[in-house]
Design a protein around this ligand. Sequence first.
Ligand SMILES: Cc1ncc(COP(=O)(O)O)c(C=O)c1O
Length: 402
Amino acid sequence: MRVSKKATHLIGSEIIKLAAEVNSLKAQGRDILNLTIGDFDPAVFPLPHTLQEAIIDAYRAGHTNYPQADGMASLREALSAWYAQDLGLQYAPETEIIVAGGGRPLIYSVYLAVVNPGDKVLYPVPSWNNNHYTYLADGVAIEVEALPENGFMPTPDQLLPHLKEVALVSLCSPLNPTGTVIRPEFLKTISEAIVQENKQRETDGRRPVFLMYDQIYWTLTAQGISHVQPVALCPDIRPYTIFVDGISKSFAATGVRVGWSMGPADVIGKMKPILAHIGAWAPKPEQMAVATYVNTSAAKADVESIQKAAMDRLTRLHAGFQALKAEGFPFDSIAPQGAIYLSVRVDLPQAGEWLLKEAGVALVPFSAFGALSSQAWFRLSVGTLRTEDIEPLFARLRTLLS
Ligand SMILES: Cc1ncc(COP(=O)(O)O)c(C=O)c1O
């Protein structure tokens, strides 16, 4: 092998592999409804106009040199104000906030900042990419399988027995791939247990366990569901919590590449040189634009319209699958709670192949997100779905199975 051991054993994105299969079928002239990618089709979910204009203005104003290593001060100040206003979180722009080129490099730098080689990382499956970041950080994964009856969210009973041995707990809500949110009482119990564990560790002179809380979908919740975050439920967890967030999903801006983390100054302070060495900054014009945009009424309206459009599609799809189920067809789905995903169950042999080749719809199996036993479950993403494609989809499924 000519490349390093790390490169040899690194697994690429499972979803991108599936996308290649879809594209090859499309190239053969097949009409495939591709609901695999956790991205937005700009023709369906365009970048908000005000943000687009602000980015163009920032380029014209000549903001094209290196940004500050931890993000432009104006953006960190704007994010601090946004979090204070909408989430009741107080983070100091100078020391407790860092900006990078989207959520991914931030997650990677959280792992590098708190996980030593051989340290254990605790996370539920199905979940998004924790396996890859654990691998990159030379950590050891402890995966607990979240179950459909719990909305595919981990329970305290599953997580707490492992707390003693881990360096990092990774949670995400609303969750990719399931479109569900964590129950506030569960998150509170888990947070309190982490605080307790850390009290003991402090006495023993051991490093604490950290909680990475990925809330990149927090503005995308279903009607009647409020986003929950650990610091609101358990203020004592603040010194151990690192938030991951960004504009990718809340502003349908996956290609614009602006993300941020909030957390204790010592961890954020170490994520800064990690990110700087990788050069994973968000482009400066985009940062300047987001700074002027996030706290405007236009941004609030844009967030709301993206949320409504996503939830409308998810609600219709859930209703469609529930109707099929009621008619005796082998489908099920979990009521959407957030993000841009629906958990769909298809009880057919080789369901993925059948969906793709017979029904002409591509979904991602939960096994791609590390699920072990939930073989019949799939992630359906609505980021590329036109409302007018929903009815024909159900008509096709009904006809095929009748
Ligand atoms: C749960 C979760 N976190 C973080 C990210 C990273 O987002 P990005 O790097 O595009 O900002 C994604 C992207 O799909 C995600 O699903």
